[in-house]
Design a protein around this ligand. Sequence first.
Ligand code: 5GP
Length: 206
Amino acid sequence: MMQTNNKKGLLFIISGPSGCGKGTVCNELLARNKELKLSISATTRDMRAGEQEGVTYFYITKEEFEKLIEENQLFEYNCGYSGKYYGTPKKYVFDNLDAGKDVILEIEMNGAAKVKEQYPDGILIFLAPPSLEELHSRLVGRGRESAELIAERFNEAKAELQRVDSYDYAVVNDNLIEAVEDIEAIIRAEKLKVKIMSHKVKDLIK
Ligand code: 5GP
């Protein structure tokens, strides 16, 4: 039987419909678990006040980004409404996994599917809103989009809820702390899988 490299970190892909609270949940998860690494995206957009190179994003030129695409160095990428590129570099994720660090990747659902396709060992966690009413009021409440865009996001989100079946775990984000604790429980359970623990147990009889 092929053994996975036990020293390698695990990749947790946290995704869900827009308005499900991915960002808030991931921030809290990372604040409570300093050993987790957050995957950092690359972008061609300008740095905004308060942002930091290599922390918020890796800021690169269009030419550099297109080279990454050509060289297949991105798990996925897209070109936003602004015409700017955003993508997930493989190198940062793999460097951390190889160093034994567990990586959190917060990403919208299409991106999540592309990452899982290329890295099937990635653990897909679906973050669901507690109800459609709550999802709608979160989309309105964040005040980022026009009424038209909110209606579009809301319809998209309803369709996205149907896609839960392709995920490994589902967490309902009703209460922030409970959602974070659920994700911590998933991480803990994944680390106790026999494919990870087997060598530790067998070391006992060496
Ligand atoms: P912002 O410019 O406000 O930081 O981000 C704009 C949008 O780009 C957000 O919706 C964000 O989720 C998306 N985005 C950021 N990084 C990535 C990435 O690596 N891949 C994809 N597909 N979208 C991203």
